[in-house]
Design a protein around this ligand. Structure first.
Ligand code: URA
Length: 230
């Protein structure tokens, strides 16, 4: 919300008061004096007038988890363990997953309570590369590379997938970089060749790489530098 609107929503300030306190430089957001009425105040922002706190600002939280296989990318599931069950953290209700993975897919999973941040990470327009390590039942042919680059027609969504970069590592192993996150996208791409994906592991999302010291099921908080990358 705009700072002027945030202030005028408080019963103690008239519109005129808001203008005056802003011009006087009495309002601070996250410890920095702000005079711009359009400055954005978030649920995470601390807002003060002089020495008085108007909004404490709740802590923004960001976690990187190495999702194990056999675990659901959801906040609740009646049958199976969820990725949130793996977090030993208070107040998990406010957390959500930025970019789901299938039940048997492992690897990088980002969990946060910051909706703007997760939207930047997952919205198709940002075209952040998601990199997957893939193993398949049958051999991966050299002709796959061109097809991944050209795109696959997905009838259900009536769209052609964005160019994807396939690097063949061995007869049954590849690394794939895609910029979208369609339902079962990687499996459906290999499915075009009738080649079943037997292992799928997400290694990175944009500039954020899975910390390889994290064993399956382990997690850590993101550093300030990592958060700022998105
Ligand atoms: N593509 C898939 O098919 N499954 C995933 O979990 C992620 C991408």
């Amino acid at each position: 919300m705009r700072l002027d609107r945030f202030l005028s929503n408080l019963p103690r300030f008239s519109r005129k008061d808001v203008r005056l306190v802003l011009i006087a430089g009495r309002v601070q957001v996250d410890g920095v004096p702000v005079k711009n009425p359009l400055h954005e105040v978030r649920e995470f922002s601390q807002v003060r007038i002089d020495d008085e706190v108007l909004q404490l600002g709740k802590p923004a939280r960001y976690f990187m988890l190495n999702k194990p296989q056999g675990c659901v990318s959801a906040t609740v599931d009646p049958q199976h363990p969820t990725v949130l069950d793996l977090l030993d953290e208070p107040d998990k209700d406010g957390l959500h997953i930025a970019g789901r993975l299938d039940f048997n897919t492992s690897g990088l999973m980002l969990i946060t309570n910051d909706g703007q941040w997760s939207r930047r990470l997952t919205q198709p327009t940002t075209k952040l590369a998601k990199v997957y390590y893939v193993e398949t039942e049958d051999e991966i042919g050299a002709h796959y590379i061109e097809k991944f680059a050209d795109g696959f027609y997905f009838a259900f969504e009536d769209l052609t997938t964005q160019p994807a970069a396939l690097t063949i590592l061995a007869s049954h192993r590849a690394r794939l970089s895609i910029v979208e996150g369609r339902y079962h996208q990687v499996k459906r791409m290999f499915g075009h060749f009738d080649n079943k994906v037997t292992r799928l592991h997400r290694e990175s999302m944009g500039p954020l790489m899975l910390d390889t010291t994290l064993k399956p099921g382990q997690y850590r908080t993101l550093s300030a530098d990592e958060i700022a990358l998105i």
